[in-house]
Design a protein around this ligand. Sequence first.
Ligand SMILES: Nc1ncnc2c1ncn2[C@@H]1O[C@H](COP(=O)(O)OP(=O)(O)OP(=O)(O)O)[C@@H](O)[C@H]1O
Ligand SMILES: [Mg+2]
Length: 272
Amino acid sequence: MSLAETEDLPVFHLEAVTYHYPDGEIGIHELDLTVHERERIVLLGANGSGKSTLLRVLDGLIFPGKGTVRAFGQVLNEKNLNVDRLNLDFRRRVGFVFQNSETQLFSSTVWDEIAFGPLHMGMSVPQIRERVSELLEFFGIEAIRDRPPFKLSGGEKKKVALAAVMATNPDVLLLDEPTAALDPRTERWLIDMLVQLGESGKTLITATHNLDIVEEISDRVVVFGENHRVAATGPPSELLSEKELLLRVNLIDPRFHKHFHNGDHRHYHIHD
Ligand SMILES: Nc1ncnc2c1ncn2[C@@H]1O[C@H](COP(=O)(O)OP(=O)(O)OP(=O)(O)O)[C@@H](O)[C@H]1O
Ligand SMILES: [Mg+2]
C-alpha cells in the first residue's frame, strides 16, 4: 500500500509509545495520540516534559522501543523508512522545523538551504529557482540570500529554517517552538502564516510555551505532565481555563500568571 493511497487514514496514530534515549533518559511514556488530517494541535508542557521527543518520533528521526507509530496508515519504523519510495513519500508530506535552527541548517548559503529540499525531491532547475525566489520574498530574506546560514541572527536562522521546510510544500508541519527567537512583529507575521496554512488544509502540530497564541493556532491541545505522559487533551478554550491543571504541570507560576477569562480580556496578575 502506498502512502498516497491512504488519504482517509489518520495522519498519525500512536499507541502506547515509550521512548528512552540511548543514555536511558525517558523522553515520552505510554503515549496514545491520533492526529487527523487538517487538525491543528498544540503541544504544551514544562521544559523536559517530552514535546520535542514526540515531534522527533512523528518525524521518524527516532524510533520508540515500545508501542507503535503509524503515519498515513503505514507503520513508521526504520525498516519502512529505508524503503526509498516510502521514505520519499513520507519526507515529501511531513516537514519539521526544529527547536534549534542551528542543528537544522547545513548549507553554505541561504539560497542553497532553501533549494535543498526541492532539489532532493527532483524538481527541475527553473522550478527550483522560481520556488526559492518566492520563498525569499515571502519570508523577506532576499537580502541575506548569499550569506551562510550559520552566521545569521537567531530570528534570521528561524526564518531560513521555516522557508527551507516550506519549500517542498509539506501537508503536515511539525513546529518546535516556532516563535522563539522572533521579534514581536515577525512573531505576529508567523502566527498569521500558521493560521493561513491551517485554513489552506495543512495539518499543524506545534510545540510552544507561548500560551497567548494557543487558541489562534490550535483546535486541540495536548498537555504533557512531568512524568512524560499526556496529562490532558481537549479544546484550547477549555484547557487554558483550567488553572489547576496548568499549575500542576508547571505551565504557569502560582504567583505570576495571566488570568484567563471566558471573554477576550486577559491580564497579568501577581499574587502575594
Ligand atoms: N538527546 C537526548 N539525550 C538524552 N535525554 C534527552 C535528550 N533529549 C531530551 N532528553 C530528555 O528527554 C526528556 C524530554 O525532553 P524533550 O526535549 O522532549 O522536552 P521538551 O518538552 O521539548 O522540553 P523544552 O520545553 O525544554 O523544549 C527530558 O527529560 C530530557 O532531558
Ligand atoms: Mg523541546
